[in-house]
Design a protein around this ligand. Sequence first.
Ligand code: BEZ
Length: 190
Amino acid sequence: MTGELPAGPWIFGYGSLMWRPDFPFRERRVGYIRGWKRRFHQGSPDHRGTPAAPGRVVTLLEDTESITWGVAFRLAPEIATGILETLDQREQAGYARLSLPVWAAEEQCLIPAATTWVATPGNDDHLGDATLHQMVRQIRDASGPSGSNEEYVLALDQCLAAMDIVDDHVRTLAREIRRASENSADELGP
Ligand code: BEZ
């Protein structure tokens, strides 16, 4: 069932697109995709880091047991091609387009096909998994033209919290980053 939603084109955002779409849209819907999990496994040498100290940004990993909540945006058809091409540029470091159904509630398909971007396996900037400690350290050390990597993680955590979305991977990382910042502030003294 697809309900009464107007036809797309639709874009599905699960990272910074959620809080900073930077493109005009006609409608915004919270929904989830099935069979994928959000992970900070992609390196960012150009936005939230540098080639020498890449930041960590989210991508999707296939996992039949998981769902990932995000935000779908309906575009005006006459400007959709231009917006998609702009986003191809914005997300160029290792990401490719993918078309996925977006779900609103159990067994209810909201959008049959929305475009999203997933880091391709083996791309040059792929960082993959790491311990929580390594990720926190790498994120706290990274900053690029779009701002600090820490700010990106905390903004994602806040965005999800504001939508009442629980994502344990994001929540745990954000909590540990805050804790590390507090500890280093304590070390500096009053
Ligand atoms: C997003 O914000 O949904 C997004 C994440 C990674 C690449 C492209 C878009």
